[in-house]
Design a protein around this ligand. Sequence first.
Ligand code: HEC
Ligand code: HEC
Ligand code: HEC
Ligand code: HEC
Ligand code: HEC
Length: 202
Amino acid sequence: MTIDAGTAGRHAARALLLGVAVVGLVGPERSVRAQQPPAQQQATPPFEAPEIPDTAGLPGPRQPVFFRHDVHAGQYQIDCRYCHSSAESAPYPGMPSMKTCMGCHLIAGAAIPEVQKVREAAMSNQAIEWIKVHRMPPFVHFPHMRHLKRETAVKAEITCQTCHGQVERMPQVYQFASLKMGWCLDCHKKNKVTTDCTACHY
Ligand code: HEC
Ligand code: HEC
Ligand code: HEC
Ligand code: HEC
Ligand code: HEC
């Protein structure tokens, strides 16, 4: 199946977006690399999300709109927290609203068919029903903020990528870690964090 016909325009949009949308919309503490001066950006070659003529072989569930993390978090370096804004303050990281999408897509990528789906949904006040990639059983309690806050008692170097992999290179998100109990316990033991049954099970 081919749904990526409009990507040729992505490169043309790059200058406009980096100049206007990312720097303008991403808050000062949110965008890390998008705001670096050009000299620093040249140090590492910029990543360009590939054309994907056939999406059938991609791992992960097929979403109602082909939303690409490799384009947004990779090529345009939009910080994860710009869209998942409660990861450090709440159990759930949060999902971006249609308003967040339209902050850029009022202008960016207007000619791309997949972007037109987003604009049409927003105009008719409908949310996109994203298909969940991670499914934890209801008897397990996983608080995102306890794993990401800088001032935790344990100085473990944990980032989104530790548990989700290189999402900024994924055209379609898939489950990277097993999410099995043993996976949780291994890291807790390594970091001398609680392994009490009741910490994770109510
Ligand atoms: C900070 C700006 C920004 C935000 C926020 C944003 N996008 Fe994008 N998006 C872009 C840019 C830039 C492109 C590339 C446009 C182009 O190629 O002309 C893009 C491309 C796309 C594409 C086409 C991907 C491809 O094949 O190239 C889709 C679909 C898309 N965005 C959906 C969304 C959705 C859904 C949201 C909200 C969850 C969203 N975007 C939020 C900037 C943004
Ligand atoms: C422009 C907005 C945007 C940015 C930036 C963004 N995401 Fe997402 N993220 C989404 C949307 C929309 C979905 C739902 C569609 C999908 O799964 O691709 C999603 C889904 C996910 C999921 C799967 C959720 C589930 O259903 O279990 C993970 C994990 C994730 N993002 C992690 C990240 C990480 C890590 C980063 C930074 C490297 C990031 N995201 C940056 C918008 C964004
Ligand atoms: C210690 C491991 C770990 C870290 C670090 C982590 N996550 Fe997760 N993430 C998970 C697990 C486990 C789930 C499934 C939780 C559930 O279903 O209750 C999940 C689920 C998600 C989801 C889906 C939420 C939903 O409502 O369906 C998103 C989006 C997400 N993570 C984004 C992020 C982002 C962005 C970061 C970094 C800021 C991050 N995660 C850091 C383990 C982690
Ligand atoms: C990569 C390492 C890592 C993984 C994987 C991990 N954790 Fe943790 N977890 C930590 C660290 C470090 C802390 C302690 C943070 C602090 O000091 O507040 C923590 C704290 C917690 C807490 C709070 C404990 C308390 O003191 O009340 C819960 C609950 C928890 N994790 C659940 C889980 C579950 C459920 C999973 C698996 C789905 C998981 N964790 C996977 C590193 C990890
Ligand atoms: C750090 C978090 C964590 C701790 C501590 C923890 N568990 Fe779990 N447990 C999980 C997760 C995540 C799952 C779901 C994934 C799976 O089945 O492996 C789970 C699943 C289970 C299941 C269901 C297994 C199945 O096959 O359906 C049982 C029973 C269980 N745990 C018992 C315990 C007991 C007893 C303890 C204390 C000795 C304990 N857990 C401690 C995270 C934890």
